[in-house]
Design a protein around this ligand. Structure first.
Ligand SMILES: *[C@@H]1O[C@H](CO)[C@@H](O)[C@H](O)[C@H]1NC(C)=O
Ligand SMILES: *[C@@H]1O[C@H](CO)[C@@H](O)[C@H](O)[C@H]1NC(C)=O
Ligand SMILES: *[C@@H]1O[C@H](CO)[C@@H](O)[C@H](O)[C@H]1NC(C)=O
Ligand SMILES: *[C@@H]1O[C@H](CO)[C@@H](O)[C@H](O)[C@H]1NC(C)=O
Length: 487
């Protein structure tokens, strides 16, 4: 057997100290940034077989019981891997007692892990952006690390949040030979496989605002109605100046941008509704949903109320004189938002291929204007943007849809404030496919560092996750032993 032996590049790019408070702030986390010479195409043994790119990953061995302790691998999602490391304190808090090696792997086509550099999003190059290639990257990197560090016998636990959580679940499903178990936090596995309800997401965003104050959603509806009313009278200058837009809107073709820009802000407020100040998808005050509702309820004009509530997201610096909605917001194949920059291109492509996010708002079960995103609209958009036709059923086929019976050792955690929760797994599917619900929890709150403002539910959830992970590791160690004994 020829052992696959890539030429490794161990570049120590930089060392970061994460400002986490482990053991009451005595220990800082030293996270090293490294690169791995990764295969560009794992499934082509011919034309592109030799081609590689630099996949970035972060690592710390400061807690590791060398050669024995488990490997905690974060399966990076749609963004700069540092932003996930900075917002996944749980792994560093668990690492000391497990003696774990902690690794964060960056997802191809995001951050600095661009297989074709600045040409990565050209049509002839973007096709290697797929979940299958990404999981193969993780597997290859993992095997390299295990060999290089003498960690072949160290059980691996995959961690991930949101799309990264989907990847950690899929990683266990696809490579159970490498991965002992996974924590898939706030992962809408059903929704993204096209098995959800198109109105669920924005209904659940709305429910968060309703929960704080029953009048809040109607204030939002009134704000959107005021926009519609000015637009129907062609009062573009008045509308634009009330919204403090940098440039005037001129026609009803511009209206969807304004509506999308506002809906996107409310979506992020709901997802990031943590009980303390954060800087994740953007800087957020504590309980941003409550802050937004207070602004709306105090405002005597629903339109300016809506503007200032959206300003929590778009004017977090407090330095903007006006809003450039065309810069802040780009419509894309994910109606819940793709963000801006390189990463938004990659995510748009993924939402045009494997990831089905057909989320619409209707103004009735939710507080937003009627904005539909049907599969016909998606196809049209994706053809135009990328020259691709989405494959509606592929994700459910490749990663098992709702039939996860053959899977094991995966924790699916969800918070009831998270609009993604109802797109995920909220039932125990077996002894080892465990669903943990976190009351008062927003988007993967459980992955974050402990905080004095944490609700008791998340403290409990983290304890339960720790116990389950110990079980997965125990099982891997035992089966390793019995295999050995049989030989
Ligand atoms: C992550 O945290 C480090 C250290 O606090 C900071 O320098 C860096 O800008 C953060 N990166 C991201 C992407 O959040
Ligand atoms: C509206 O028209 C003005 C003047 O022609 C132009 O500067 C502005 O960019 C237009 N706005 C949009 C949204 O296209
Ligand atoms: C941004 O916030 C600052 C500080 O609160 C405020 O003075 C400014 O008017 C806001 N900008 C917009 C466009 O509303
Ligand atoms: C799943 O089972 C665990 C015990 O293993 C329990 O704590 C949890 O509440 C159950 N989840 C649901 C959604 O019923």
């Amino acid at each position: 057997m020829v052992v696959f032996a890539p030429r490794y590049v161990w570049l120590v790019m930089s060392v970061f100290f994460l400002h986490l408070c482990l053991d009451r702030c005595v220990q800082a986390v030293r996270l090293l940034e490294k690169e791995f010479e990764q295969k560009v195409d794992h499934f082509d043994f011919s034309s592109r077989a030799g081609r590689t790119y630099k996949q970035r990953y972060l690592m710390t061995d400061q807690f590791w019981r060398k050669g024995v302790g488990p490997i905690f691998l974060y399966t990076g999602n749609e963004g700069d891997v540092w932003s996930f490391a900075n917002n996944t304190g749980l792994m560093f808090e668990l690492a000391p007692s497990f003696g774990a090696l902690v690794v964060f792997a960056e997802h191809r086509y995001y951050g600095t892990s661009l297989p074709f550099g600045t040409l990565s999003f050209e049509r002839e190059n973007v096709g290697l952006l797929s979940i299958e290639q990404t999981l193969a990257d993780f597997a290859t990197l993992l095997l390299h690390l295990q060999r290089d560090l003498g960690a072949e016998k160290c059980p691996v636990i995959a961690f991930g949040g949101s799309y990264g959580g989907m990847l950690s679940a899929y990683f266990r499903m696809k490579y159970p030979n490498l991965v002992a178990g996974a924590l898939a936090a706030s992962s809408p596995l059903y929704l993204v496989a096209g098995l959800g309800d198109e109105f669920q997401f924005f209904r659940d965003v709305t429910a968060d605002f309703e929960r704080y104050h029953h009048k809040c959603p109607n204030m939002v509806r009134a704000g959107f109605a005021a926009i519609k009313s000015l637009a129907s009278k062609q009062q573009w200058v008045a509308l634009s100046s009330k919204m403090r837009l940098c440039g005037d809107l001129n026609s009803s073709n511009d209206l969807p941008y304004l509506e999308g820009w506002i809906r996107n802000a409310f979506t992020v407020l709901a997802m990031m509704d943590y009980p303390y100040k954060t800087t994740f998808m953007s800087p957020m005050p504590a309980n941003p949903v409550n802050v937004a509702c207070d602004i709306l309820l105090k405002s005597d004009d629903p339109l300016t109320g809506l503007r200032d509530a959206a300003g929590i997201m778009y004017n977090s610096s407090g330095t903007k004189n006006c809003y450039n909605i065309f810069e802040d917001f780009k419509p894309c194949a994910d109606p819940t938002g793709c963000g801006v920059g390189w990463g938004s291109l990659a995510w748009d492509y993924q939402a045009c291929t494997e990831i089905n996010l057909l989320c619409s708002s209707n103004g009735k079960t939710d507080m937003f204007p009627v904005i539909s995103f049907t599969s016909a609209l998606r196809e049209q958009y994706c053809q135009k943007q990328w020259g691709v036709t989405p494959r509606q059923d592929w994700l459910a086929t490749q990663y098992w849809g709702t039939d996860l019976r053959a899977a094991s050792n995966i924790i699916f955690s969800n918070g009831d404030l998270d609009p993604w929760a109802n797109g995920g797994i909220r039932k125990n599917l077996s002894q080892s496919l465990v669903s943990i619900m976190i009351s008062g929890g927003a988007h993967h709150l459980d992955l974050r560092s402990s905080n004095p403002k944490d609700p008791p539910s998340v403290i409990q959830a983290r304890k339960q996750e720790e116990l389950l992970i110990r079980g997965f590791i125990q099982e891997a160690v035992m089966s390793e032993r019995s295999t050995f004994e049989r030989d």
